[in-house]
Design a protein around this ligand. Structure first.
Ligand SMILES: Nc1ncnc2c1ncn2[C@@H]1O[C@H](COP(=O)(O)OP(=O)(O)OP(=O)(O)O)[C@@H](O)[C@H]1O
Ligand SMILES: [Mg+2]
Length: 365
């Protein structure tokens, strides 16, 4: 989606991807096959580029630091260094006095007891590095299960977090340009299933004061990091109506995919504008919208029939061009625009039910 929008603005694109058949490469002028930590490949990328950006925070900060000597890198290696380590992220939030989940760090077996006492149960144990879509984290119900969970995560450095019985999850999406100006997308409401984002609805059903508070948090985080480009901040709304920061993503975000079709300027165009030193576009919502992620599970019996999507005049199918559909893998999404968010959500659920029905029941044994 970033490549599509960059193309619309007349840019040419070079892409480094470990997967030579990856979606962005299908639209690129130059394709470079290379792992995220392949510095030789990244130097070739830099040779071709006027500005370098990322679409995953798992590109090592030290690699970006080396590229910074060659070409502008936006966001910077500093942002990545803070964000790709959950503990560093939590330290950053603490040093800026931002509200977050109670947590404790774990580096060795002796830390287990101290962390448990500090955090309590239920809790979530998360590896400091490399997690996404719920991978690298486990819910822990009590002290007796903690050592097992720590082993199951490979005894890697981790953070133990208190499990939050939240009212809802929302994200605030923003773009920050080279001059430090910030523009916000409307706060979005997210529903996860098995730790993977299932739907995003906009506008989120939260009071305007809470939306302003979310923007205030966003400003302090993006400015504190001197970030350039799109950023998403995942938040829990507690039952008491407080906001807690769950995660910072210094990039375009799955919960902002609705903007590609539902907003004046998509998050992808906005990111291109920010990193290329252009003025930011208008992120206003044109119509209420609900996005449904399409996971690889739906492909178990082959590519689903999309009749239910096409039957709805305001539903839009977006497939990413991934060749292999494995369970839990995000293959595409459906965006439904509506008169109101409830109407769009009802249409999304009808489409989801149709797609689920197509999967043959699992055979016993
Ligand atoms: N401390 C917590 N309390 C309650 N629920 C949690 C907690 N941590 C994570 N979750 C649930 O699991 C989801 C995924 O967790 P998190 O955002 O930490 O992980 P991730 O794997 O890095 O996800 P992403 O794909 O967004 O990077 C959250 O959106 C939330 O629904
Ligand atoms: Mg997350």
């Amino acid at each position: 989606m970033l490549a599509i929008e960059a193309r619309c603005l007349g840019y040419r694109i070079a892409v480094q991807d470990p997967d030579p058949a990856g979606p962005a490469g299908q639209l690129a002028d130059v394709r470079i096959e290379g792992a995220w930590d392949d510095i030789a490949a990244a130097k070739v990328l830099a040779d071709h580029s006027d500005v370098i950006t990322i679409d995953t925070e798992h590109v090592p900060a030290h690699l970006l630091e080396q590229l910074e000597g060659l070409k502008p890198v936006r966001p910077s290696s500093h942002v990545l260094r803070v964000v790709q380590d959950r503990l560093e992220q939590r330290r950053f939030l603490a040093s800026h006095g931002l509200p977050q989940v109670r947590h404790s760090s774990l580096a060795r077996a002796e830390d287990l007891r101290i962390a448990a006492e500090a955090v309590g149960f239920p809790a979530v144990l998360k590896r400091r590095r490399g997690g996404y879509d719920g991978r690298g984290q486990l819910r822990v119900e009590g002290q007796s299960a903690l050592a097992g969970a720590w082993k199951a995560l490979g005894e890697a450095p981790a953070v133990l977090e208190s499990f939050v019985e939240f009212e809802k999850e929302v994200s605030v999406l923003l773009a920050r340009d080279l001059g430090g100006h910030i523009r916000f997308y409307p706060v979005a409401e997210n529903v996860h299933r098995r730790s993977i984002l299932r739907t995003t609805s906009v506008p989120a059903g939260i009071p305007p004061e809470l939306a302003s508070e979310a923007e205030e948090l966003g400003t302090r985080i993006a400015s504190g990091l001197e970030h350039v480009g799109m950023m998403a901040i995942e938040l829990f709304v507690t039952r008491e109506g407080r906001l807690l920061v769950n995660e910072i993503a210094p990039r375009m975000h799955n919960s902002g995919h609705f903007s590609f079709g539902a907003c004046g300027t998509s998050q992808f165009e906005q990111h291109v504008r920010a990193i290329c030193g252009l003025p930011l576009g208008d992120p206003s919502l044109l119509r209420p919208a609900v996005m449904l992620n399409l996971l690889g599970d739906l492909w178990r019996e082959g590519t689903p029939a999309w009749d239910a999507v096409f039957a709805h005049p305001n539903a839009h199918l977006h497939l990413y061009g991934k060749r292999v559909a494995s369970p839990g893998r995000k293959m595409g999404h459906v965006l439904v625009l509506g008169e109101g968010v409830d109407q769009a959500r009802a249409a999304v659920e009808a489409i989801a039910a149709d797609l689920e029905r197509q999967r043959a029941p699992e055979r016993a044994g």
